[in-house]
Design a protein. Structure first.
Lengths: 313, 681
């Protein structure tokens, strides 16, 4: 019990510390690739710090749902952060929820975020909520197929078990089913974290925005909580991708040495994935909203092919 | 433990329902008294029924009574086994909550409608459902089934002044009789083999069924029970009939009457027909997937709150059938443990859906009671005048979307786990179907979440869209108590799922053999497992506790960091226009627009925009917008079928000449044919 809480506390600190850094790194990398100087990797912390100390304006038409939403978004994302293996295969909360719980807890956060968007009563929020729920709904089957492919190989939906199996056969990612599942999950990752070509995190133009439209009415600490939650969600999904497909350096226990090595590998892997995301973001234009389903359909087909190839090869 | 009074409690509950039915009729001239009797005796019946069910579950061994009727094949036999107890428990929970709810709800009927007749039908519905869930004889079952259909018809058409209601009632009664006909044929087939009308004899005779007989009986029962459960493509009566009934009745129709179809399938497919071939299981699975996905897609296009909920019933019946179909496939391939997990997933979802759908319909009933409108486009902002209703509806919405830590999540999680296990347990290409079904279940869940964001937000959040919703008021206390009971049930079945699952131990033991409850529960009852050695684990209770604990730093952070500035209220961003009104809000139609475009192949949407202007089209005086989707099944399947039937009927008119000589000749020919071929030496 004490050990469990200690592990949970340690991972909680890691999640909370690394999440803003990761979005800072992505922003900086993107700026460098576009030959801009960019704001520096620590900017996300500064933004968050500033937002927490600001006052906030609550729309007159909003109810308690509007105020509850930031907490729920933040808390669900953080809890999910405790369920995934980051540096060791032994995630502190993996006993209490596997990959299905991860997907559905994130869906719980999204459910309330969409309600919060509609609660203000302006058209922007509704527009964002509608688009967010639509895109996440059609991303869901592709994500599940990709996850099932990995889960079936490990015959478990428990993330620690999946990581252990992945570690024991560490070059498995060269199998066609794994590559296809990775491609499927990468497209879903882009859609779920609201990145180009699906959504543009840097815009406030009503024709293009999805996530930003939903949270348009939020300000101050509430906005900070939502942004923090979004950063954690991004961290979680990226961790999920790197640790299920490239389980190098995952230590099997919580020793100091294991943690050190694990952390080193973890940062390297995350940095590489961040580079890939930035590359995709910089070399692509944002898709029209009604082109996004086609992209997600490609992801679904990758997932289905991955599944079929698990028992062909 | 073997002396629990199952029989007395069961008899008392039947007696309470019967007395209530007669007493309601007798006191119809005194509406207030009649209302007290109506709700009181139904509540008493529900409590006795609940005790009987709990005793039946605790007892662990089936209780049987049988009285001869003097008619061959027909006996008054009751089988109170684990399956019957489980469905009676579901019935008792719903009957109790709805009885409490109805106490205030029926008040508006006083002086306007005949509460006596309502109470009579209300009690008969519970009585017939109890008989259906406990009957041990095919004829007794069919009598209960028929009474249930007729009473439901009476309740669906309770607002009979309305043309729409009468049409829906007609559709309902026609479909109900097609399904009763299928069941009659199916039972006739089984009785021919077993030589008796008792379910126990079907079980014994299942081994003597030939392959062809088994297949024919399966198809007939699947049609019969499928129509009653509202699976696609036999669903068309459901979204027509459920919304037009009084709201407490809609809650019962969607909550428990549909489940009679599921009960029948569980009873006959798992017990009466022997081990069904795997194509039967796959058919159930595929129909389940189709119902789930299409049901939620049609629900998304609805802006009538009660019709939306009715379409969601189709979706959830689909999810239940996915579990049931998987169980049938596992059983024929010899994986009884897995089959037991899949049955638990299906039946637990049956109970969960009964509870949250009943809750949502009662919530919609409170909204309708307060605003007189089912159209979401006229509602909005109801969370302020109706906070308790809104909270209950929100819990129901989260539960039906399958989100943790509520009960819908637990049963969907079990369904996922059994589907994933199915991939390893079966061979050949069919195994691909299981993960594909899983991904379609994921699509269904996500679309259901989108739909309930719409249903809750458009109805309860933002600004009111009409005068009625501006002057809305909270529902009377007994309605809130009724909804509150179901809300508590949703929460406790979600958080306490691992403790509740023991209920299924005797059930799977009696139906399939293995007791799996102990395999599914680990870590001192806190964690639910998939039943396989290294399989999935989840714990809704720990998730809920962890969410609460993580809430503490978040709240501290906001309150400490934000203490420097007071939060203030201001108008929402209006793009510099002179303030936002309800006309600027997003509507239900607008919310589902993106999905309407993406799935336009299915919906075939049609829209019409007319602009009225004086001088320039840029300054319109009025705009008329009309949008509709194509009712594919009605147009492509049922209208041609109806036309064919009518054409056939007009051909048949030639032999119905009205001449008595002709009719006598028909009778004579029939008699001769029967004597020649029908009577065996």
């Amino acid at each position: 019990m004490i050990g469990l809480l200690a592990k949970a506390g340690l991972q909680l600190i890691m999640v909370l510390l690394v999440a803003p850094l990761l979005s800072g790194i992505i922003k900086t990398l993107k700026a460098r690739l576009q030959t801009r100087r960019g704001p520096g990797v620590l900017q996300s912390y500064r933004d968050m710090f500033k937002l927490f100390r600001k006052g906030m304006v609550i729309p007159e038409s909003a109810s308690w749902i509007f105020s509850a939403t930031p907490y729920i978004v933040f808390v669900t994302a953080t809890l999910v952060g405790l369920m995934i293996p980051m540096t060791t295969t032994d995630a502190p909360f993996s006993l209490f929820g596997g990959v299905l719980a991860v997907v559905y807890l994130l869906a719980l956060g999204r459910f309330f975020l969409a309600l919060g968007g509609l609660d203000a009563g302006s058209s922007f929020g509704g527009l964002g909520s509608s688009r967010e729920m639509t895109i996440s709904a059609i991303a869901e089957p592709a994500m599940m197929l990709a996850i099932f492919t990995v889960a079936l190989a490990a015959s478990s939906t428990n993330l620690s078990e999946m990581a252990k199996v992945a570690v024991s056969q560490s070059w498995k990612f060269l199998a066609p089913s794994q590559m296809l599942a990775f491609a499927a999950l990468f497209i879903v990752l882009i859609a779920e974290t609201g990145r180009i070509p699906v959504d543009n995190p840097a815009t406030h133009l009503e024709l293009t925005m999805i996530h930003e439209a939903m949270i348009l009415e939020y300000s101050g600490p509430y906005l900070a909580l939502i942004e923090y939650g979004a950063a954690i969600k991004q961290l979680v999904l990226m961790t999920l991708v790197v640790n299920t497909f490239f389980p190098f350096g995952l230590s099997s226990d919580w020793t100091l040495r294991g943690l050190g090595v694990g952390l080193l590998f973890y940062f390297t892997k995350m940095l590489l994935l961040a580079c890939l995301i930035v590359l995709v973001e910089t070399t692509n234009a944002k898709l029209r909203l009604f082109r996004v389903p086609e992209l997600l359909m490609v992801s679904f087909i990758f997932g289905a092919l991955a599944l079929i190839s698990t028992f062909l090869f | 433990m073997n002396t629990l009074p199952v029989g007395p409690a069961f008899t008392l509950s039947l007696a309470a329902y019967l007395t209530g039915a007669l007493a309601s009729l007798a006191t119809w001239r005194k509406p207030a008294l009649c209302r007290y009797i109506c709700c009181g005796s139904a509540l008493a019946g529900a409590i006795f029924g609940g005790f009987a069910a709990v005793f039946g579950i605790l007892q662990g061994t089936p209780v049987r009574w049988s009285v001869s009727s003097g008619i061959p094949l027909f006996r008054y036999s009751f089988d109170y086994d684990a399956l019957a107890s489980f469905f009676n428990l579901t019935l008792a929970i719903l009957a109790g909550a709805v009885s409490i709810y109805s106490f205030s709800y029926l008040k508006e009927f006083e002086g306007k409608r005949n509460i006596g007749v309502f109470g009579f039908l209300f009690h008969l519905l519970f009585l017939s459902l109890t008989i259906v869930f406990t009957a041990g004889n095919a004829f007794l079952f069919l009598i209960g089934w028929e009474v249930m259909a007729l009473v439901s018809y009476g309740l669906v058409t309770f607002y009979h002044e309305d043309r729409e209601t009468r049409r829906a009632g007609l559709l309902y009664i026609v479909m109900a009789h097609i399904d009763a006909g299928c069941l009659l044929l199916g039972f006739a087939l089984l009785m021919q083999v077993s030589g008796s009308g008792d379910f126990a004899s079907f079980h014994a005779a299942a081994a003597h069924l030939s392959k062809g007989q088994q297949a024919a009986a399966f198809v007939l029962f699947f049609l019969g029970f499928g129509i009653k459960a509202g699976v696609i493509p036999f669903h068309i009566w459901l979204p027509a009939a459920h919304p037009v009934a009084p709201s407490n009745i809609s809650a019962l129709l969607s909550g428990i009457v549909l489940k009679a179809g599921i009960y029948g399938m569980a009873r006959i497919f798992l017990d009466g027909l022997g081990v069904l071939p795997s194509w039967a299981g796959l058919l159930v699975l595929i129909v389940g997937v189709a119902s789930a996905v299409l049901g939620v897609l049609y629900a998304l296009m609805e802006h009538d709150l009660k019709r939306l909920l009715a379409y969601h019933s189709i979706e959830n019946i689909g999810i239940i059938l996915i579990g049931l179909g998987a169980a049938l496939v596992f059983r024929v391939s010899g994986h009884l443990q897995l089959a037991a997990v899949a049955v638990i997933a299906a039946l637990f979802h049956t109970l969960n859906h009964a509870i949250f759908k009943c809750l949502l319909f009662l919530g919609a009933g409170s909204v309708l009671h307060s605003t007189r409108s089912r159209n979401m486009e006229e509602l909005g902002g109801l969370i302020r005048p109706m906070p308790v209703t809104a909270f209950c509806f929100l819990i129901g919405a989260v539960a039906i979307s399958g989100l943790p830590p509520l009960n819908g999540f637990v049963s969907e999680w079990l369904t996922y786990q059994s589907l994933l296990a199915g991939f390893g347990a079966t061979g050949g290409l069919t195994r691909i179907l299981f993960p594909l079904a899983g991904s379609m279940l994921a699509l269904t869940g996500a679309l259901a979440a989108a739909c309930f964001v719409k249903a809750f937000a458009i109805t309860f959040l933002a600004l009111p869209r009409s005068a009625e919703s501006r002057s809305a008021h909270e529902a009377p206390r007994s309605m809130l108590v009724g909804m509150g009971c179901l809300t508590v049930a949703c929460l406790s079945l979600g958080l306490g799922a691992t403790w509740f699952l023991h209920v299924f131990d005797t059930l799977t033991e009696q139906l399939l053999g293995p007791r799996v409850g102990t395999n599914l529960i680990t870590a001192h009852g806190w964690v639910l497992s998939a039943g396989t050695p290294h399989g999935g684990l989840v714990s809704t209770s720990v998730i809920a506790i962890a969410l609460l604990f993580l809430m503490i730093p978040a709240v501290l952070l906001v309150s400490i960091a934000g203490r420097r500035f007071a939060r203030r209220q201001g108008p929402a961003w209006d793009c510099g226009l002179p303030g936002l009104s309800e006309e600027n809000e997003y509507t239900a139609t607008a919310f589902s627009k993106a999905l309407r475009m993406i799935f336009s192949v299915l919906y075939q949407p049609r829209r019409e925009i007319q602009t009225v202007f004086d001088v320039s089209p840029y300054f319109p005086k009025a705009i008329r917008f009309e949008s509709e989707i194509e009712p594919t099944f009605e147009k492509r399947l049922y209208v041609p079928l109806k036309d064919l039937l009518l054409r056939f009927a007009s051909r048949m008119r030639a032999i119905q000449a009205g001449s008595i000589h002709a009719y006598l000749a028909y009778i004579f020919v029939t008699l001769v044919l029967l004597l020649l071929f029908g009577v065996r030496p």
